[in-house]
Design a protein around this ligand. Structure first.
Ligand code: PMP
Length: 287
């Protein structure tokens, strides 16, 4: 089966998909993106991802390549053309192609729109969730607008690489006050010593995760105690549980931080049941 990419309005074989050398996404990371999970052939929380994409575009004063409805149609088409049952769809919009110069182009440019899709293995993901993951903490050296989902991800790339090189799966980024901001590609959570679910409140310091919002709603539905506040690495180590959320990982228990166990060092009941309920509820409601 030929893998298909969507580039600037055309469905093309993956190997032939390309963008211009002077695309501002390539040269300046002047570009935003989204990743939607695909489950049972449907894009999970598609509309929420598209709403966040629009917000990112507005924050960067970038044009939108097409309506939300048209974009949603292309996401669905990518899933069917690539025969994805479980996987992800990647969507990127750049400011477009122009002679290399830092300010926005004076002439009108068309935004570049790219979509790719690939399969993921849900069995491997559940096995990982059953084992739990290790995280490594490191200073958060990113820019001041982490709430915008731009492709300027080199600090996240370096953090993730350092984590992986040390045998951890994810990096937890820590601000100058010693408080965890978020993961390199996920939001960070703990179940504190009182049993409350804790995740950092929204600000310019973190990405407003789509999965984060759903888990907060799920927890409130369950009448769990939920607090949006920052926590330290020390507090996370003394917490009952820790976990991360993202479109790709859903809810993934964290069992070790910097080589030290969180609680008993195995996935906890809150993270495991939130993961199960999140998957279940999205299987039922879809978008
Ligand atoms: N924070 C960062 C830095 C991320 O890259 C991601 C993944 N996109 C998240 C949080 C989680 O966001 P979401 O649940 O929307 O995938």
């Amino acid at each position: 089966m030929t893998r298909i990419a969507f580039v600037n309005g055309r469905y093309v074989p993956f190997a032939q998909a390309c963008v211009h050398v002077e695309d501002r996404g390539l040269q300046f990371a002047d570009s935003v993106y989204e990743v939607c999970a695909v489950s049972d052939g449907l894009a999970l929380e598609r509309d929420a991802h598209l709403a966040r994409l629009e917000r990112s575009l507005i924050e960067l004063e970038q044009g939108s390549p097409m309506s939300r409805l048209a974009m949603a149609g292309h996401i669905d088409r990518m899933i069917s053309l690539n025969r994805i049952r479980n996987g992800i769809v990647y969507i990127q919009v750049t400011r477009g192609v122009a002679r290399r110069d830092h300010p926005f182009p004076v002439q009108t440019v068309h935004p570049t729109l790219i979509m790719t899709a690939r399969r993921t293995d849900p069995v491997r993901a559940s096995e990982m969730a059953a084992r739990g993951i290790a995280v490594k903490t490191m200073p958060d050296i990113r820019w001041g607008r982490c709430d915008i989902k731009t492709t300027a991800l080199v600090a996240n790339v370096l953090a993730k690489q350092e984590a992986r090189a040390s045998g951890a799966y994810e990096a937890w980024l820590v601000d100058e006050a010693g408080l965890v901001t978020e993961g390199a590609s996920s939001n960070a959570w703990i179940v504190d010593s009182e049993g409350a679910l804790v995740t950092r409140s929204l600000s310019h310091d973190i990405l407003p995760g789509i999965t984060r919002a759903s888990i907060l709603a799920l927890a409130r539905e369950r009448q769990m105690a939920v607090v949006e506040r920052a926590f330290t690495v020390e507090e996370a180590l003394c917490a009952r549980e820790a976990f991360i959320t993202s479109a790709g990982a859903f809810v993934m228990p964290v069992v070790a931080i910097d080589g030290r166990p969180v609680g008993p060092g195995v996935p906890g009941p809150v993270a495991s049941s939130l993961r199960r309920d999140y998957i279940r509820s999205h299987m039922q409601t879809k978008n």
